[in-house]
Design a protein around this ligand. Structure first.
Ligand code: FAD
Length: 475
């Protein structure tokens, strides 16, 4: 009997009769790939080049029926199951060694209803796919900062971006989701249908099923906004971050300011003499009237001596991809992150001190603002919680060669150990690395954790969906 070597959900060896794999292939509209097949390596490769895992089978799903067939196959044969949306998760949660990988990349449809101000997005969509379609109508969903990120992982874990101060978490702006449950059923969740599940899907990651559709609320925004970035040499960091601190939450929520400390990339908008030198940069996005934004940011420009300034009228789509070039697929990445209750001078001073020791030209210490709409909902409004957070601190390391993995990871951890004292105690589930399990997952959910355990026990009692920041069911 010909068999296929695989791993089960606990990582133990598993032999699957090849005729079962053939039957799955025949049942799919998309393709089923084995190691060596054209497309196999493309499907298993993800954004973080540190992750190199080999699934036993890759199903390139083109529709919900393919997803149902794969979920049923995984449940019946005991093979590990993983789901790849945009493949951007830093922990590599899209791919399980020896498992069945559901690659949703072929499912990138977006349907916009401009009158109702909603968009439906399929689970293989990248953020840029949704922006591109919604912006045709001068509308936008609440999404993140890098256009190649997958909507699925981002939304299921919470999601924040330039418009979060105005509108809250991405999940606060989802009207419904549809998913394939562990038993193969197609289930829709909204405030009115399966409300318990809807609560959990808004933050609980891929723990409950494979999402097949996201229904987003859209807001009138763009197509033209005021946005871009301004950079100064690191000597200016105390002055720049002082202004940042005083402005970031005082300004109307239409203004998002992101502060970044890092060596300057060789970007054409930055003076050549500063390339590779430590800089401080503010990324600016104002989604109100451009003229009002110009006035609001005048004090930032008044600092003077910038080594680059590309804040200008631009399309919202171009703003949404401004950071893309700094985050190429395949480089090595390691992050440590915390939610901050406010941004104090001692936090920015500590960040400036640590930035002086950055080891790689690609690494950065970043403050993302959140404060605004999301803090106005109760902590248990949905699973994502963390409604006491005013900002996200991310110590984002990135480098090229495996030989310097240890040094870069150690540097990141050392900075985090120091900066942790400023945390709310919570951390963003979507920024957790491979090693962040157990108490770090609990920290991501705080008081919502136990309710998630109860939901998991109800919806996925055998923990079929476990290649994620896993919430274990009670057995
Ligand atoms: C460069 C970069 C920029 C980022 N910027 C932001 C940002 O601005 N805001 C923000 O909030 N986050 C941001 N993130 C974090 C991002 O939200 C997470 O990495 C998220 O997991 C990415 O989703 P994905 O679909 O690309 O991930 P994948 O790696 O494909 O999947 C991540 C997890 O989600 C699960 N999953 C994927 N699709 C489905 C599905 N259809 N159903 C069920 N489970 C599924 C996977 O199984 C896995 O557990 C960024 C990440 C990167 C790398």
């Amino acid at each position: 009997m010909a068999t296929l070597a695989a791993l089960d959900r606990d990582g133990a060896r598993l032999e699957i009769d090849s005729k079962h794999a053939d039957a799955l292939r025949a049942a799919l509209r998309g393709s089923l790939l084995l190691g060596g097949d054209p497309g196999y390596d493309e499907s298993r490769s993800i954004w973080n080049g540190m992750i190199d895992r080999r699934p036993a089978l890759v199903a390139r799903c083109v529709g919900v029926a393919d997803i149902v067939a794969c979920v049923n196959f995984a449940r019946e044969h005991g093979i590990a199951l993983s789901v790849k949306g945009g493949g951007h998760n830093i922990a590599g949660l899209a791919v399980a060694n020896g498992g069945l990988l559901l690659d949703l990349a072929p499912m990138r449809g977006v349907w916009v209803d401009p009158a109702a101000r909603v968009a439906h997005a399929q689970p293989g969509c990248l953020l840029g796919d949704v922006d591109r379609e919604t912006q045709l109508h001068g509308l936008a969903a609440v999404l993140g900062f890098v256009s190649a990120t997958g909507v699925a992982g981002l939304t299921l874990g919470g999601g924040f971006g330039y418009t979060t101060r105005r509108f809250g978490w991405t999940t606060d702006n989802v009207r419904s989701m549809t998913m394939v449950a562990a038993d193969g059923r197609i289930v829709r969740a909204s405030e009115k249908e399966n409300a318990d599940l809807f609560w959990g899907l808004r933050g609980g990651g891929g723990n409950f099923g494979v999402a097949t559709n996201f229904e987003y609320t859209l807001y009138p925004l763009g197509p033209e906004i005021l946005g871009g970035a301004i950079a100064w040499r690191a000597e200016k960091a105390p002055e720049v971050l002082e202004l940042f601190r005083t402005m970031v939450f005082e300004a109307p929520p239409e203004l998002a300011l992101i502060a970044v400390l890092r060596p300057a990339p060789p970007a054409p908008w930055i003076d050549k003499s500063a390339h590779g030198q430590p800089v401080v940069a503010l990324f600016v996005c104002y989604t109100g009237k451009v003229e009002d934004g110009e006035k609001l940011i005048a004090p930032i420009r008044a600092i003077g001596s910038a080594v680059g300034d590309i804040v200008q009228r631009r399309s919202y789509v171009s703003q949404q991809s401004l950071l893309d070039a700094t985050q190429p697929k395949g480089r090595r990445y390691y992050w440590k992150s915390e939610y901050l209750p406010r941004i104090d001078k001692d936090m920015t001073d500590a960040a400036i001190k640590h930035a002086a020791g950055i080891m790689s030209p690609h690494s950065a210490i970043i403050f993302f603002p959140l404060k605004g709409a999301l803090n106005r909902l109760s902590a248990d409004h949905s699973a994502v919680g963390n409604r006491d957070a005013a900002a996200v601190l991310n110590i984002a390391s990135s480098w090229e060669k495996a030989e310097v993995d240890v040094a870069n990871i150690e540097w990141t951890r050392a900075v985090w150990r120091d900066m942790r004292r400023f945390s709310t105690g919570g951390t963003y589930v979507n920024f957790l690395t491979e090693e962040d399990t157990g108490d770090r997952i609990q920290a991501a959910y705080g008081k919502n954790f136990q309710r998630l355990v109860d939901l998991k026990t109800k919806w996925d009692p055998t923990n079929l969906f476990r290649t994620n920041k896993n919430i274990e069911p009670v057995r």
